[in-house]
Design a protein around this ligand. Structure first.
Ligand SMILES: *[C@@H]1O[C@H](CO)[C@@H](O)[C@H](O)[C@H]1NC(C)=O
Length: 766
């Protein structure tokens, strides 16, 4: 039973007056169009007025409680937190519990220390162990030159393969037993299955009894999980290098010594653990009850202290970047010739040169990226598209894991790019969500970023096939940050800059190896693709440009679009998204999801072209609603259920009776008062979301308000950033680390797993 809504008379009058003003502005501006320059100017003003008006109008209908300035609210928020923590028997709030000590210590398995204990056939995966060993090892001499061994089993959880690894030789599964789904005719209807022998090979000398050589084509979800892991375990080559990020001080670039996938390069066999134990560097190893413990955060701290990264000068720091216009125009042929003349020795450069040659000689490049292909009959088959098949670990859409993975993707991509001097910015849906509150929409499934084509070449030359590793802690207080790992993969047709056969709209990916979710990277370049007519005015108002284009128009009246795009100047990606130079450059330093990043200074124009004004002001999207006092998106149904019967809602927070949201109800949602907000915080999800993001989203809102008032307010913009950075610390994660999240959720016990495998090993030995 909804309370009926009374709209005050004063409000009606106010809205009416505003509508009149609005109408007048538009009526006059749209009828007096003569000079194109004035015309354009007016359009721009119009757009701004419209935006401001509509923002104003929608805000009229909602309350502005200024929660962050309300001492009483702050008090209630804190007592709510205390109360929640007291009742948190299941540790669901571990990531906002200030007293929580994270379980970062990890015991070195006994078989590394006691030579009498036989090593098992595999080592249970634990990110804490892998990172502790590698970070400790990095602190030893010359590792940056000599390189490190690598095997995927230390970096991705392959637990699902255990039963095959452990089974006896005569019990190993066959390819047919595992992956032949043809017999299930209903299931495979309409799907074009690949022949088994294309991707699976049996041989008892493989520890699984079979090997996955490559992409399988359409398969069931469960089979895809096995396929991706088996491929990582025995087939997928190592990355070319490992990039260990710090918080702000630059990164370590460590070459990998083996490209070959071989278990002798895994921590179990590569002697790194033994070396680390023996060298016992400094303080990070400590004995207690004769066990040796490692700790990735301590290892990180020691590394920074004793062996800080040396590329700190590459880190982008300025408040504003004027992008050199040449970086949108690359002569790949010239680069190829230059590199061919040089004697290059670095693996990355050799492979990049090969790729250039290959790309230049190809007419119609095949599709490079392969996503997890589900069966046509699967009602959720399109969800597979969001995962790179090689790292698929089950569907995460709609789950907490998804939100955590996407947050870390953007955190680490931005941090990686900035630390290595690569110019890039968020685009499309990611830019739109940033506009709202600085963080991704809860319904997002991927992230889009762009870079000038010149930077894409740089990224390929230096970092293609690298594994980027998150900074385990921050650089000053050494609080835990995270243990994410990301694979950089750039397509094989980088010299093709138009849509062509449409196979390769995306140039590169930054892939979370824990989930397979990714960031789409696209390069912008000048091409001969016709630009949208919305930019024609830039030519119309400039006699010089008109002349130049006329010179390059043939007798049949065909203009040269390359020349036109050069004159605009306007660039496009391979999916024909266009931007003018003016829309992008200069880039402004700001924060995205609490990470230092750059955004195009004229992002409003771009967002307006792509999403229209509604995208910028509509507070209802899909089944979510934007609560402007919390500055977060929450499930509309949750709020409706609350409004329906607040006291009942507070008691049980399980939404039951689903109803469609009506316009009147939406209005009322925006009218929630202070007490309503405090009640809503009883919900742990809403509480966490607000509690973790509130200072950042407030800062984001203040910054945007400044920019919208005055595009020239970059100084104030920067002051705000500096103040926020001092008070709250940019580059901290806003959300839990995925490994820790799973650790708490699944109640993991690494020591028990190790003991278990040691026992199993002695039982199962052939
Ligand atoms: C990136 O590496 C992959 C794998 O070696 C290769 O196929 C691709 O051509 C490379 N891309 C570029 C732009 O070098």
């Amino acid at each position: 039973m909804l309370k009926s809504i009374k709209i005050p008379k004063r409000l009606i009058i106010k809205v009416f007056v505003l509508l009149m003003v609005f109408y007048t502005i538009f009526h006059t501006t749209s009828t007096s169009l003569q000079n194109p320059l004035i015309n354009q100017y007016k359009l721009k003003v119009q757009r701004q007025v419209k935006l401001k008006f509509r923002g104003w109008y929608t805000n009229l209908l909602s309350t502005n409680l200024k929660l962050e300035e309300d001492k009483n609210f702050e008090k209630q928020l804190n007592s709510l937190l205390q109360e929640k923590l007291k009742n948190d028997v299941n540790n669901e709030l571990w990531d906002i519990n200030p007293l929580m000590e994270l379980p970062l210590d990890i015991t070195v398995p006994s078989y590394f220390i006691n030579l009498l204990i036989e090593k098992p056939s595999y080592q249970p995966f634990d990110a804490r162990f892998t990172l502790s060993v590698y970070l400790n090892y990095l602190a030893t001499k010359n590792v940056e030159k000599k390189g490190v061994p690598f095997h995927w089993s230390d970096w991705v959880d392959l637990t699902k393969l255990n039963k095959y690894i452990l089974s006896r030789k005569n019990e190993k599964p066959t390819c047919k037993e595992l992956f032949d789904i043809l017999k299930n005719t209903k299931l495979v209807e309409n799907s074009k299955l690949f022949p088994l022998e294309d991707y699976c090979k049996e041989d008892l000398k493989f520890p699984l009894g079979f090997k996955v050589k490559g992409f399988s084509g359409p398969q069931t979800i469960d089979n895809h999980e096995i396929l991706s892991k088996a491929h990582l375990y025995l087939s997928f080559p190592s990355p070319y290098k490992l990039i260990f990020l710090t918080e702000l001080k630059g990164s370590y670039e460590i070459p990998v010594i083996n490209s070959q996938n071989d278990l002798k390069y895994s921590l179990l066999n590569n002697k790194m653990v033994e070396k680390v134990i023996k060298s016992r560097p400094r303080t990070n190893l400590h004995d207690s009850s004769s066990k040796i413990k490692l700790n990735p955060l301590k290892a990180y701290k020691d590394l920074l202290k004793y062996n800080p990264p040396t590329n700190g000068d590459k880190v982008l720091k300025s408040n504003k970047i004027d992008i050199p216009i040449e970086s949108f125009n690359v002569d790949a042929e010239a680069i190829k010739n230059e590199l061919s003349k040089k004697r290059i020795t670095l693996k990355n450069e050799i492979e990049y040169l090969n790729s250039l040659k290959n790309s230049l000689s190809m007419d119609s490049p095949p599709k490079f990226f392969k996503e997890t292909k589900l069966l046509e009959k699967n009602p959720q088959k399109w969800l597979g598209e969001h995962y790179d098949w090689r790292f698929f670990n089950g569907l995460t859409v709609g789950k907490e894991e998804q939100i955590l993975s996407l947050h870390r993707l953007i955190k680490n991509y931005l941090n990686f790019a900035r630390q290595n001097g690569l110019i890039t910015w968020i685009a499309h849906g990611s830019l739109l969500s940033w506009y709202w509150n600085g963080i991704a929409f809860p319904w997002d499934t991927d992230i889009d970023v762009q870079m000038p084509i010149g930077e894409l070449h740089e990224l390929s030359r230096r970092f293609n096939q690298s594994l980027v590793i998150e900074n385990v802690g921050d650089d000053s207080k050494f609080e835990f940050s995270g243990m994410g790992k990301y694979f950089i993969d750039i397509g094989s047709s980088i010299t093709h800059r138009t849509k062509g056969n449409g196979n390769n709209n995306i140039d590169g990916r930054f892939i979370d190896v824990d989930t397979g979710l990714y960031i789409d990277i696209t390069g912008l370049a000048i091409t001969d693709t016709p630009a949208p007519s919305r930019y024609d005015y830039l030519i119309d108002i400039d006699e010089g440009k008109r002349e130049k284009i006329r010179e390059h128009t043939d007798d049949n009246g065909q203009m040269d679009h390359y020349v036109k795009n050069e004159e605009l100047p306007a660039f496009n990606c391979r999916n024909n998204h266009f931007n003018t130079y003016e829309e992008i450059s200069p880039l402004l330093l700001t924060a995205v999801e609490n990470q230092l990043s750059y955004v195009p200074s004229n992002f409003i124009m771009t967002l307006n072209y792509e999403y229209g004004l509604n995208g910028l002001i509509e507070k209802n999207f899909r089944d979510y609603i934007y609560l402007n006092n919390f500055r977060i998106w929450v499930k509309t149904q949750d709020i409706l259920d609350y409004l329906n019967n607040p006291s009942k809602w507070i008691q049980d927070q399980e939404p039951k009776n689903k109803r469609v949201v009506g316009a009147i109800e939406k209005l009322q949602i925006n009218k929630l008062n202070l007490n309503d907000h405090i009640s809503l915080l009883k919900d742990n999800r809403i509480f966490k979301e607000y509690y973790k993001s509130r200072f950042f989203t407030k800062f984001h809102q203040d910054q945007l308000n400044l920019l919208q008032l005055n595009e020239e307010s970059t100084k104030e913009f920067n002051d705000l950033l500096t103040t926020y950075q001092k008070l709250n610390g940019l580059s901290k994660p806003l959300r839990a680390d995925l490994f820790m999240y799973n650790y708490f959720k699944n109640d993991r016990d690494y020591d028990a797993e190790i003991n278990h495998i040691i026992k199993l090993n002695s039982v199962y030995r052939d």
